[in-house]
Design a protein around this ligand. Structure first.
Ligand SMILES: [Mg+2]
Ligand SMILES: [Zn+2]
Length: 196
């Protein structure tokens, strides 16, 4: 089984320069809830992976972050979409943990727990650190131009452009993933008929 990993801020909700500190400050980006309805229909696990150093900076508690995530998932579910799991890193950059993106630790942990094939999984982010984490985990990666995507694209080395796809927003990524999944199913079907 492979999966779809989504960053949170800048992919699902609006980035705030002073961080999302409460549910009142959480605003879905346009079209995201509809995208998640479509994405859910692929039947792949959808997992949110997010750096939340605001916790260890003492700006908000882990309980508040988890409440925001519960409400986010509830609203997506009420809209007809699905998020199967949310995992966050509470650490500061200088704590040198293995989970804070660009480290791939969160992806590796979920993959182990859910028995996922990372090399056929997808990761969507709006930052270079997302792309790097996804690549280190072996995923197919997408940079969206929502959130910090546009400024982050300029930070990524040119050479890397072959290694990730760029899309305006989550809906466009969703359409790309559907195409990739269709192609792989066609290929799998051909292989099957070849054997028969
Ligand atoms: Mg982000
Ligand atoms: Zn961490």
């Amino acid at each position: 089984m492979h999966a779809i990993f989504l960053d949170r801020d800048g992919v699902i909700c609006e980035n705030r320069p002073d961080h999302v500190k409460s549910w009142a400050e959480f605003h879905f980006l346009p079209g995201v809830k509809d995208s998640l309805v479509v994405l859910s229909q692929l039947g792949l696990p959808i997992i949110v992976v997010t750096n939340q150093a605001v916790i260890n900076r003492g700006i908000i508690s882990a309980a508040v972050v988890e409440e925001i995530h519960q409400r986010m998932v509830a609203e997506i579910t009420a809209h007809g979409g699905r998020i199967d799991r949310v995992i966050y890193c509470p650490h500061l950059p200088d704590e040198q943990c293995l989970c804070r993106k660009p480290e791939p630790g969160m992806l590796l942990q979920v993959a182990q727990e859910m028995n996922l094939d990372l090399t056929h999984s997808y990761l969507v982010g709006d930052a270079a650190s997302d792309i790097l984490a996804g690549q280190r985990a072996g995923c197919q990666t997408f940079l969206v131009l929502t959130g910090r995507g546009r400024e982050q694209l300029a930070l990524l080395p040119d050479k890397m452009e072959d290694c990730f796809m760029v899309a305006p927003d989550l809906m466009k990524v969703t359409q790309q993933i559907i195409k990739l999944e269709d192609n792989s199913r066609v290929v799998a079907g051909k292989e099957l008929s070849g054997i028969a």
